[in-house]
Write a protein of this length. Structure first.
Length: 762
């Protein structure tokens, strides 16, 4: 009996759930890969293997496939192996070698590598130390058959190819050799996997290694019986208990929509399953897998409800490592029909050497049964920077030298220690100097601001009374305070122990004290006493824009009000981009950072992670990625190139929030709808975006005005920054949208007045 662990309300640090959009869209009934390299390495003839024909290297056009190697040997085994003939020949390399493939279609590809050391060959292939890399990933790292219990190995990877050339490089280590028996590079349907893993991370940035692929309740399925040539194994080895489950099956004719399942999984996966049967009381179905700890894992679970009746549907709870991954999954509701295939994806950070997947009946379900048809587990392989990869490749190559091994070891260790110490010294020095510079600049800035004593701050906040707490962040806490002259202020108190928080404080002081604009928050003063660092701002009586779009007990804003607020925020951002001596990139543009004063005039706030823009001769600033999920510019995320267009992308998300009245990121929504920008773009492509518009606006908005803002949002959300407009263009378009609205509407009775003179704000 497997009992679920109790889980705190928020478990995102352990399990990253619902980050992947899952849909049951129909796939094409057939798939012909554009790139289809099936290479029988070292062979002199074609080899049929699992229903496909592998051909030797020399039969490929030289422009399509090249082997780049100084020392290569084509070898053939004389040993009478029971394995396929595919394993009877190999390419053997004594130095680094690469296979160069010409790629005709960008997108996701399978890479499958086949290895089998010949027992009759000298040098001994079982002692080979094998490292395999692609352009940016290390696929195999120092693998050897000496510690492997099986006679052969097949490794499968999912990669995304973004170049017309793909290099797969084999590297021998420790004066060893390296070999490979066969290679596959085959394009696959992009729709098989999601476009993104989280609001700002495209799936194309990852390479995955297949760890397990199970046909639950059924027998092994060979690649010959899978449209995409995948191997599925029976789940019996991994099933935790033989007393809490029974195998069930049905006919293929009973399964709905076979065109959908052709790519997702072979039909045989969906016609077999395990169920709890008569042992449903308090039990779960559970499978356990050996994995490497401290990696991200992609888990896909397959369902096809062959048990329920039309009047009662099965509702399940899913668990990963005993924690609730998804609660009350109603199979009939999500799949659309009984006996209709459905799958759900998860990404989790696993810190243990085992990974457990479990399913059981939901607590409130009337059907005390559970079922599962298939499980796939893939490990994320970390991307390696190109320069670091070259260093790594060079480090694993052992070259001949007159030095003895002992001398080499001493020199390598000595140099390594020196380099590590030197780099650590440089890093610490850089951080120290940066911190000193920030601190010095911030202290200098304080000289031009009102300096509050700690006693004054304590008095203004009634001794930091919890009742006056209005915000909490990584920097510390924000209190509402009242000065001696009656002025109400917002007081931000840093946490001394938070290095990141202090850096953000210093950064905010350095940037803000020299900025003056009606649409930026005003820094009133600071306090730097008794190791306390405190900033004092003008208080924004009406909170943030987000609180008026979807906050608690909010009064909906009219379309005109939303436009006026966006216009003011745009002016503030435009001033940052063009009005200062050196441009400033906010880096955290979002509705919670647009604060509203007593007249609803918007002020851009929170400059803790803002960055000075590039100099005139530069196009971008290279920096670590910072920002808020749901708003981060994807190109900035991929390249670490920060530009003013990164703020434009984030503002595009803000515009979608303003139109829809929904938050940018909401894990209470369905998987397809969790990320607002991705959901909006998907609906836009399908022509259904009108269903997302805030219901409050329906019939109360000039559609020409709304459509102009919507068109602007799509431009801001362009994936490539060169296709996005400037903040100046955004301002002009919003002004036009406001004029269209004003021309056709008068103020509603419940409109919140911003100012006696709208033009003063606009």
């Amino acid at each position: 009996m497997v009992m679920p662990k109790k889980v705190p309300k928020y478990t995102h640090f352990f399990l990253i759930l619902l980050l992947i959009a899952v849909s049951n869209e129909s796939f094409s009934s057939s798939f012909i890969p554009i790139d289809n390299y099936l290479v029988a390495c070292g062979s002199s003839h074609d080899i049929n293997f699992q229903g496909r024909t592998f051909i030797p290297e020399f039969k490929f056009k030289h422009s399509n496939l090249q082997i780049i190697a100084n020392k290569k040997i084509e070898v053939t085994s004389k040993f009478n192996s029971t394995l396929s003939p595919l394993y009877n020949s190999a390419q053997l390399f004594l130095e680094k070698a690469s296979f160069k493939f010409k790629i005709q279609q960008y997108g996701r590809h399978w890479i499958r590598l086949y290895f089998h050391p010949f027992p009759d060959y000298n040098p001994i292939m079982t002692l080979a130390s094998i490292t395999v890399t692609t352009d940016s990933f290390v696929l195999l790292d120092n693998f050897t058959f000496a510690n492997y219990t099986r006679s052969h190995l097949m490794k499968e990877y999912l990669i995304s190819v973004t170049s017309y050339e793909l290099f797969i490089t084999f590297i021998p280590r420790h004066n060893s050799l390296v070999f490979v028996n066969a290679i596959e590079v085959v394009s696959m349907p992009d729709v098989l996997f999601p476009n993104s893993l989280n609001p700002s991370t495209p799936f194309t940035e990852f390479t995955l290694e297949t760890m397990y692929r199970l046909n639950v309740g059924g027998a092994d399925i060979s690649a010959q019986n899978d449209t995409l040539s995948r191997n599925w194994e029976s789940d019996e080895t991994y099933f935790q208990s033989t007393t809490t489950g029974m195998n069930i099956s049905t006919n293929i004719s009973a399964i709905k929509h076979p065109d959908f399942i052709e790519f997702t999984a072979p039909p045989m996966v969906y016609i077999t399953a395990k169920s709890l049967g008569s042992l449903s009381g308090g039990y779960n179905l559970s499978w356990e897998f050996r994995v490497s700890p401290n990696f991200l894992y992609f888990v896909r679970v397959h369902f096809c409800d062959m048990i329920s009746s039309s009047t009662n549907s099965m509702v399940l709870d899913l668990f990963m490592n005993g924690y609730i991954a998804f609660q009350s999954l109603d199979l009939l509701r999500v799949s659309g029909d009984l006996a209709e295939p459905y799958y759900k994806d998860f990404v989790l950070k696993n810190t243990e050497e085992t990974l457990t997947v479990s399913v059981g009946p939901a607590t409130m379900s009337s059907i005390r049964n559970a079922t599962m048809n298939g499980i796939e587990i893939m490990k994320f392989i970390n991307k390696v920077d190109a320069s670091k990869k070259e260093n790594r490749v060079n480090n694993v190559l052992t070259k001949t030298s007159e030095l003895s091994k002992t001398s080499k070891l001493v020199i390598i260790i000595g140099c390594g220690v020196f380099v590590v110490i030197f780099l650590a010294f440089l890093g610490l020095s850089f951080c120290y100097l940066k911190s000193c510079r920030l601190k010095k600049n911030s202290v200098n800035a304080c000289e031009f601001l009102r300096h509050f004593t700690l006693h004054e701050i304590q008095h203004a906040t009634d001794g930091f009374d919890a009742e006056l707490l209005i915000g909490v962040g990584g920097f510390g806490k924000v209190y509402k305070g009242t000065l001696d002259n009656g002025k109400i202020v917002a007081i931000k108190v840093a946490i001394p122990e938070s290095r990141q928080g202090l850096d953000e404080f210093y950064n905010e002081i350095e940037l803000l004290y020299g900025l003056r604009h009606q649409n930026l928050v005003s820094l009133v003063g600071c306090c730097n006493e008794d190791s306390e660092l405190i900033l004092v701002y003008n208080y924004m009586a009406n909170g943030s824009l987000s609180s008026h779009l979807y906050g608690r007990d909010f009064v909906p804003l009219s379309w005109k009000q939303r436009l006026v607020i966006c216009l003011g925020a745009t002016k503030g951002l435009l001033y940052l981009h063009t009005g200062a001596k050196q441009s400033i990139i906010h880096r955290d543009v979002k509705t919670t950072n647009f604060l509203l004063d007593e007249k609803f005039v918007p002020k851009v706030a929170d400059f803790g992670i803002s960055k000075r823009g590039p100099l005139l001769d530069k196009s971008h600033v290279t920096t670590n990625v910072k920002g808020s999920f749901g708003y981060v510019d994807p190109e900035y995320f991929w390249t670490k190139y920060l530009t003013k267009k990164s703020d434009v992308y984030s503002f595009g998300v803000v515009l979608i929030e303003v139109i829809c009245g929904k938050p940018a990121l909401d894990d209470t929504r369905t998987t397809q709808e969790m990320n607002l920008a991705l959901w909006a773009l998907s609906c836009h492509k399908k022509g259904t975006f009108n269903e997302m518009v805030d219901p409050y606006l329906i019939g109360k908005v000039n559609m020409d005005s709304l459509n102009k803002v919507l068109e602007l949002a799509w431009k801001c959300l362009e994936e490539r920054r060169v296709n996005r407009p400037s903040m100046g263009y955004v301002l002009c378009q919003l002004e036009e949208a406001l004029h269209l609205e004003l021309a056709s509407h008068v103020l509603n009775d419940n409109d919140i007045e911003f100012s006696d003179d709208i033009e003063a704000v606009v």
